[in-house]
Design a protein around this ligand. Structure first.
Ligand code: SAM
Length: 284
């Protein structure tokens, strides 16, 4: 897959992420707050005047204080407004805690976060305050494990599973493959939904098409929706909505009122795809 390109620092006062060999995004550094290499990846937190704190893994932006709401609201709320009774929720990846923060807005019984890299959790707890609050919530369980292995061995079943993984390189690669999704289906309750981040419709179109082809074979409903995410490559992002029973446009509840981006009009519109993506997804 054509992933976000490895960062190549050319100016020590900037953090640059290349999206093609000749283009990308840069952040003027106010300061470096954290930089280390964990067992799995290079972890950095920088501060930028406009975006605030920015978390990068292997030089690729994961989240920023200023624009995190686009991605996290659009990852989480479409499934919640579509599911008849979401109670047991799983997040794979998501160590920055943004997805968990959105999930805990609902009256659920249980949210399990499975993150492979405990260092991402420690760093995010320190620099992104919403994670600390979400982990202290009594409905939350944190598991430090490889999502692939967790899914192979768990006996638990979930109503919604969110795949909040990094792009398909390093420890995330297997979270983007057919076998993983096959196993994941065993962990879904009746009327279960999987939502997975799927990449940039502009830069990662080939991999989105590959994913679409195998996901359509596994799930009766396999469709994509889109959202702006200002700091991700291309500025807009694709998500896969997967289920055997639940249609995303059959709304079951209102979203929380305090959200910054998501509402039911946005929900409806997000599943309308541009012409170059029209042959993706199925049947909604
Ligand atoms: N929204 C982000 C994006 O698309 O850029 C993803 C955010 S989140 C920080 C991604 C997390 O997935 C990372 O913390 C990484 O450690 C975790 N991760 C990668 N591979 C994993 C695996 N196999 N199992 C569980 N977590 C994994």
């Amino acid at each position: 897959m054509n992933t976000k390109k490895e960062n190549r620092e050319v100016d020590p006062s900037e953090e640059r992420e290349y999206h093609s060999p000749s283009s990308g995004i840069f952040f003027k550094l106010k300061r470096h707050l954290y930089r280390d290499i964990s067992e799995y990846q290079k972890i950095e937190v920088i501060e930028n005047d406009y975006f605030g704190r920015v978390l990068l893994l292997d030089g690729l932006v994961q989240t920023t204080e200023r624009d995190e709401f686009f991605y996290h609201e659009m990852l989480v709320h479409p499934a919640f407004v579509s599911h008849p009774s979401p109670q047991n929720i799983l997040v794979i990846g998501g160590g920055d805690g943004g997805a968990l923060k959105e999930i805990l807005r609902y009256q659920i019984k249980y949210a399990c976060l499975v993150e492979i890299d405990k260092k991402v959790i420690e760093v995010s707890k320190e620099y992104f305050p919403w994670l600390q609050a979400s982990l202290e919530d009594e409905r939350t369980e944190l598991v430090i494990d490889d999502g692939v292995e967790f899914i192979e061995k768990t006996g638990k079943k979930f109503d919604i599973v969110f795949i909040d993984s990094s792009d398909p390189a390093g420890p995330s690669a297997s979270l983007h493959e057919t076998d993983f999704y096959e196993n994941l289906k065993r962990c879904l309750n009746l009327e279960g939904i999987v939502v997975s981040q799927a990449g940039s419709p502009f830069y990662h179109l080939d991999s989105i098409k590959d994913k679409d082809a195998f996901l359509k074979k596994l799930f009766k409903i396999a469709c994509f929706y889109m959202s702006p995410v200002p700091t991700y490559p291309g500025g807009s992002w694709c998500f896969a909505f997967l289920s055997d029973d639940v249609m995303p446009l059959n709304i079951k509840r209102d979203p929380p009122r305090e959200l910054k981006y998501f509402n039911l009009d946005i929900h409806q519109a997000a599943f309308s795809l541009p012409n170059f993506l029209k042959d993706l997804g199925s049947n909604i």
